[in-house]
Design a binder for this molecule. Sequence first.
Ligand code: ADP
Ligand code: MG
Length: 333
Amino acid sequence: MNVLELDDVSVTYSIASGEVPAVRGVSLSLAAGEALGVAGESGSGKSTLAMALLRLLPRDARVGGRILLDGEDVLAMKWGRLRAVRWAGASIVFQGAQHGLNPVRRIEEQIAEPLLVHGLAGPEEARKRVAGLLEQVGLPAWRARSYPHELSGGQRQRIMIAMALACAPHLIIADEPTTALDVMVQAQVLKLIKQLIAEHEISLIMISHDLSVLADMCDRLAVMYAGRLVENGPSHEVFHDARHPYSRALAAAFPTVGDPASRLAPKGLGGDPPDPMQLPTGCSFHPRCPVALEECASTEVVLWPAGGTGPADSHTAACVHVRPGAEPVKETS
Ligand code: ADP
Ligand code: MG
């Protein structure tokens, strides 16, 4: 059974000025032990999608479609069940979460809390588990007595990972876990995550705007644009042989892991992603697309089989140039 199964998931925020369709019709699945990367520029709906998975969205957000976690319908879960699943089943590591540590409580109290709350350990056992978790994330046991301000950004992010591991989840959702860190520390933390998920057979959803980070960490890549999935396939294929022009632009923008120069706007891609309240007609990407055809302003694109080495549905892309019968396209830049 798949760890996660999304079927036509959409999220719409209701704000004073109207409706914000932040995620639109996303379907994907995650097999046990698999690492899936979700890429896309800022505003493409990645965090909204991640929060929807564990129903962590604010109340003004409406979720449609179906989300199955280990076959269980997340949107239908009762509150108590949801709370249990959030720690023991699936954990989430947020972007900049290290700033969310409580400044006046020692590290050990904060890591032990979910263990105690969920009755997974008594105080003595929890203390031992904390020491073990710190060791797993490469920190000495005495750090348990530290306060968050006594730690560096990288160390705080390790603490967040230890907290995510505390209840032994089988799925971790990591939303830009290293974006706030400098390049060296970023590489170390990524290596740590990679090693831990392999060791503990944890499935991973990792979100980043940096395709090279994801390609290095993940088995599969899903690329989002304006709330939609525009490409989904094996990492190496999407990174080295992207079939959607947006994925190609992202791959070109982030040629090497953690390159600070490429944290800026994707190279060779002019303009900004659209405002979800004013989406272009047809393919949302067409106004910025280097290979757009006239019909792209009106044609509804869907994910079509995009070739590659696997079965037809293992690599898909939502571009008219991939549509069955289309002529192959060459970019001229
Ligand atoms: P990403 O994580 O890819 O940067 P987000 O999921 O944060 O994207 O945002 C997707 C879209 O939803 C953006 O247009 C953003 O402005 C909008 N959005 C995010 N959170 C809210 C909210 N609480 N209320 C209204 N709009 C929101
Ligand atoms: Mg985000």
